[in-house]
Design a binder for this molecule. Structure first.
Ligand SMILES: [Zn+2]
Length: 324
């Protein structure tokens, strides 16, 4: 699907603000260094003075500018500046320009190709993904707690949390899918949001859908003729993002359309070795009953399956808030 011009412009504005912010921060770091290391200014001055002197000489004598010698002198001065920085306990690259995304230097493009950070922003706008980033403020690995669990519930949650961290660590190196299932409020969505957050931070295009919203969008793309883009474009976006998360599978309205679409996207992503995480109240045997044998067998063979159990944590938390 395509962005509107306003959406595209707002993303480009975001990049230009990021570049301006990094330039400002670089200036601030430079001012700090000039204050703390007076010799640094001399080293800076030396570079430009050498350049001007070489230029004067070339103009005066009618000779060509000795570019190689000039480059050599610049290299030497750069070395001297780095030496001054590290000597005062700063990293050698302290005054280099930094970027939110070093891959595209905050331009959104690598050559003529869209950078992964631009693709994530497109996805985010097109599919209203801001709720994931909103959730991730309170639900992330640093707020993960096992205090709600005991006994077998604790063992299960600990195993799933370990798998979630491993999933993030090995992402892009090793191909894995996760199937989290169990009763309501036992931490399945929490771990999915943790993973989404970490991977978005690392610049991976991630799509996070509740199951009902995913199939509503697919069906309106398939059956609503007025909708721009169409089913193929939506399917392509869903199948090509680095990670797809389907939350609460089984809560959507059941139909043969859903079963077909679900198989098609699980299958396409698997063939492209693109990771998918599904959370559900349904055990995999129940998947077989609700959808089809082939969905069951694909998930049983291609997904790492983790069971969750215990009291409804969302309910327990709310209760605790009311009591304090
Ligand atoms: Zn980028």
């Amino acid at each position: 699907m395509a962005l509107t011009k306003e959406q595209y412009d707002s993303i480009m504005l975001h990049y230009s603000r990021a570049r301006a912010r990094h330039r400002r921060e670089q200036e601030q770091r430079r001012a700090e260094i000039l204050r703390k290391i007076p010799a640094y200014r001399d080293a800076e001055r030396a570079v430009s003075e050498q350049g001007i002197a070489a230029l004067r000489q070339a103009v005066g004598s009618g000779a060509h500018l000795d570019a190689a010698a000039l480059r050599q002198a610049a290299e030497k001065a750069k070395e001297e500046k780095r030496r001054l920085l590290t000597g005062a306990g700063y990293p050698a690259d302290y005054l280099d320009l930094t970027y939110d995304c070093p891959d595209c230097r905050d331009t959104g493009y690598i050559g003529t190709e869209k950078c992964h950070c631009l693709r994530q922003q497109e996805i985010s706008l097109l599919y209203h993904q801001s709720h994931v980033e909103e959730l991730a403020r309170t639900e992330n690995f640093s707020t993960l707690s096992t205090r709600w669990y005991t006994g077998i519930d604790l063992n299960r949650f600990t195993a799933a949390a370990r798998a979630a961290r491993e999933f993030v660590r090995l992402f892009g190196k090793d191909y894995h899918n996760l199937y989290f299932y169990g009763t309501v409020g036992t931490g399945k969505s929490f771990l999915s949001v943790c993973i989404a957050h970490e991977l978005i931070e690392k610049g991976h295009p991630v799509l996070y859908f509740s199951s009902s919203s995913l199939f509503e969008q697919l069906s309106s793309a398939a059956f609503d003729r007025n909708r721009a883009g169409g089913l193929a474009a939506l399917q392509n976006d869903i199948c090509s993002c680095d990670l797809l998360i389907i939350d609460d599978l089984g809560t959507e309205l059941n139909s043969s359309f859903v079963a077909t679409q679900l198989f098609s996207l699980i299958n396409n992503r698997d063939m492209g070795r693109r990771a998918t995480i599904i959370s559900s109240n349904l055990s995999i045997e129940e998947l077989q009953k609700r959808y089809s044998d082939r969905i069951f067998s694909r998930i049983a063979s291609r997904y790492d399956i983790y069971q969750f159990s215990g009291p409804d944590i969302r309910y327990a938390k709310r209760l605790e808030q009311l009591q304090t």
